[in-house]
Design a protein around this ligand. Structure first.
Ligand SMILES: O=C(O)CCC(=O)C(=O)O
Ligand SMILES: [Fe+2]
Length: 528
C-alpha cells in the first residue's frame, strides 16, 4: 500500500535506479552478444553464397564440408545458448534485488484510481493529462499509448467502465500515432472500448466498435459472438421503448435523471467545487471576519502574541499562524515516518478497523512523553485554545498519498459509535496543523459552510466540533481534498470534553448562539 502516502513512494526511486543499472548492464552485454551473433550470421551468409555458386565444387572441398557440419552442430549450439542467456539474464531482476521495495498491482490500481479521482474532482481533461499537462502547464513526460492502455485496463478491472473507456480512446489515438511495438494490439484496445460501452448500457456504440474490430480481424471469435447478442439487445430495447411510447407498459424505465439528487451526491458536488476553490462564503459572514493578536490564556502570549485569523463565524473556525516551526515540523515528520500505518476507520457494522477507500493516507500517533517537541506542541495548543490537554488524544501525524484525500466526515463520534462512550467524552475541538504547503489541491473544505482552507505551512486551523450542549455540530462537516500535486503533511490534535468543565462551560443550548441556518448557501464564484 505504498500509494497511500507520498513519503512511502520515495524509496521507489532507489528501486528505479537499480533497474536502470541492471538494464544498462544488460543492454551492453546484449549488444556485445548481438555483435557476435551478427558475425556468425554474416559468415553463414557468406559461406552459403559461395556454396550456392557452385555446390559440387564447394562441398567437394573437405574443409567446406566439415565447416558446414560444424556450423549446423556445435556452432548452432553456441548460437542457441547465447540467445537463451539473453532471455535468462533479466528474468530474475526482481528476485535478485530483494532488499529494495517493489510496488504491487494493488499500488498500480490505487494510483490509477487516484488519477481518476483527480481528473473528476479538478475537472482535468484526459487529453491534457495524457500530454503531461496540468491546467496548461507541462509537469511530466507525455503518457504513451501503453501507459494509457494500462490505466484503462486497471480501471476496467476496478469496474470503472466510463473512465476505462476514456483512457482506452486516448490509448487508441496514441497507438495509431506512435507506431510502437507493444504486447497488445489495436484489436485489444477496440475490444475494451466496445465492451466498456456494452457494460455502460451503450449497446449501439458497443456494436459499432465491435464492427471496427472485425474490420481489422474478421475472425476474432469473441467479437463475432458478441455481434448477434448486441443486435438482439438493441432490438429488445427498441421494442420496449415503442411499447412505452404507445403507453402499453406501466414500468418506469431507466430514466435515472428524473430522480432527485441525493444528499450525498449534492454534497459531492459542493465538495468538488470547494476543492477547486470555486465557492465563496456568504458576504454576511466574510465582512465580519477579523484578524487579531491572541494575548490571553498564557502570560507568554503578552510577549509573543499569536496571529489569529477568523475564517468563519458560527461555527467559529480560526487559523492560528506560525504556531509550528520548520524544525519542529521536521522533527515530528522524522518521528512519524517509521511508524506509518495506512489510515483505518471503524467499520460501522462490525466495529473493526478497516482500510477505507475514502481516506487515502498514512498516519501514526506521537505521545507527549516521547519527545520534548511533541510535549511542547501540546502545551502550545493548550495556550492558544485555552483548553486542557489532560484528556486530549496523542498527536496524529498524517501524510497523504497520490491523489490522497479524506472524504466529508465529522470528527466527533455519533451516539451509535463505540467511541462516543469514552470516559473522556467526545472530541470537543480539532486542531489541524499544516506541516507542508501543497503545490496544487489538498484544501481542507467545510461542505456545510462553503468554506475552503488552503494549507499554509506552520499554521493550524481550529474549530469546536460540539454545540455548548455537547451535541455534535453538523455544520463542522469537513473533508481533505485530493492532493493534485505535491505531498501534504498535517497533524491532528483532538481535544476531548473531559476536564473542560470550567474552561468551556457547557449549557443546555442545543444550538450555538450565532445561528448560521438563516445564512444563504455558498454561491459559485461568477468571476471564473
Ligand atoms: O487533512 C485535512 O485537511 C483534514 C484532515 C481531517 O479532517 C482529519 O484527519 O480528520
Ligand atoms: Fe477531520
Amino acid at each position: 500500500e505504498l500509494f497511500t502516502a507520498i513519503s512511502e513512494v520515495e524509496p521507489l526511486l532507489e528501486t528505479h535506479k537499480r533497474i536502470i543499472d541492471d538494464l544498462d548492464d544488460y543492454i551492453q552485454k546484449e549488444e556485445k552478444r548481438l555483435h557476435v551473433l551478427k558475425k556468425h550470421l554474416n559468415l553463414y551468409k557468406k559461406e552459403h553464397g559461395m556454396a550456392m555458386e557452385d555446390i559440387p565444387n564447394y562441398l567437394g572441398n573437405p574443409i567446406n564440408a566439415f565447416t558446414l557440419i560444424k556450423r549446423l552442430t556445435t556452432d548452432l549450439d553456441f548460437i542457441e545458448k547465447s540467445i537463451k542467456i539473453g532471455t535468462e539474464y533479466i528474468k530474475n531482476i526482481t528476485v535478485s534485488h530483494a532488499d529494495v521495495k517493489y510496488p504491487t498491482l494493488e499500488d498500480l490500481s490505487g494510483a490509477a484510481q487516484a488519477l481518476t479521482r483527480l481528473q473528476d474532482t479538478y475537472q482535468l481533461d484526459i487529453g491534457e493529462l495524457a500530454e503531461g499537462r496540468l491546467n496548461g502547464v507541462v509537469y511530466s513526460t507525455p503518457m504513451s499509448a501503453g501507459d494509457c492502455y494500462e490505466l484503462g485496463r486497471t480501471l476496467y478491472n476496478e469496474k470503472d467502465f466510463s473512465n476505462s473507456l476514456r483512457w482506452m480512446l486516448e490509448a487508441l489515438r496514441k497507438y495509431k500515432e506512435e507506431n510502437e511495438v507493444y504486447d497488445f494490439t489495436e484489436v485489444d484496445i477496440l475490444e475494451y472500448i466496445s465492451f466498456s460501452h456494452y457494460l455502460l448500457g451503450e449497446v449501439k456504440a458497443a456494436l459499432q466498435w465491435t464492427k471496427k474490430l472485425l474490420a481489422l480481424e474478421p475472425k476474432h471469435p469473441r467479437a463475432r459472438g458478441n455481434v448477434p447478442h448486441f443486435q438482439k439487445t438493441i432490438a429488445e430495447k427498441e421494442a420496449r421503448l415503442k411499447r412505452k411510447r404507445r403507453g402499453e407498459t406501466g414500468e418506469d424505465d431507466e430514466e435515472e435523471d428524473s430522480k432527485p439528487m441525493s444528499y450525498l451526491s449534492k454534497e459531492r458536488k459542493v465538495y468538488e467545487a470547494l476543492c477547486r476553490g470555486e465557492m465563496e462564503i456568504p458576504s454576511e459572514i466574510s465582512r465580519r471576519l477579523k484578524c487579531s493578536y491572541l494575548t490571553e490564556n498564557h502570560p507568554f502570549l503578552k510577549l509573543a502574541p499569536i496571529k489569529m485569523e477568523q475564517m468563519y463565524i458560527g461555527p467559529d473556525i480560526v487559523v492560528f499562524h506560525q504556531v509550528l516551526s520548520d524544525d519542529e515540523i521536521e522533527h515530528i515528520k522524522d518521528m512519524a515516518k517509521p511508524r506509518f500505518k495506512r489510515a483505518v476507520v471503524h467499520d460501522p457494522k462490525t466495529g473493526e478497523l478497516v482500510p477505507a477507500h475514502y481516506r487515502i493516507s498514512k498516519s501514526s500517533w506521537l505521545k507527549d512523553e516521547e519527545s520534548d517537541v511533541v510535549a511542547r506542541v501540546s502545551r502550545r495548543v493548550a495556550d492558544f485554545t485555552g483548553l486542557t490537554m489532560d484528556t486530549a488524544e496523542e498527536l496524529q501525524v498524517v501524510n497523504y498519498g497520490i491523489g490522497g484525500h479524506y472524504e466529508p466526515h465529522f470528527d466527533f463520534a455519533r451516539k451509535e459509535e463505540n467511541a462516543f462512550k469514552k470516559s473522556s467524552g467526545n472530541r470537543i475541538a480539532t486542531v489541524l496543523f499544516y506541516m507542508s504547503e501543497v503545490a496544487q489541491g489538498g484544501a481542507t473544505v467545510f461542505t456545510e459552510l462553503g468554506l475552503s482552507v488552503f494549507p499554509l505551512k506552520n499554521a493550524a486551523v481550529f474549530w469546536l466540533n460540539l454545540h455548548p450542549s455537547g451535541e455534535g455540530d453538523i455544520a463542522t462537516r469537513h473533508a481533505a481534498c485530493p492532493v493534485l500535486r505535491g505531498s501534504k503533511w498535517v497533524s491532528n490534535k483532538w481535544i476531548h470534553q473531559g476536564g473542560q468543565e470550567l474552561l468551556k462551560p457547557c449549557n443546555l443550548e442545543y444550538q450555538r448562539e450565532d445561528v448560521m441556518r438563516k445564512i444563504p448557501r455558498p454561491i459559485p464564484r461568477t468571476s471564473r
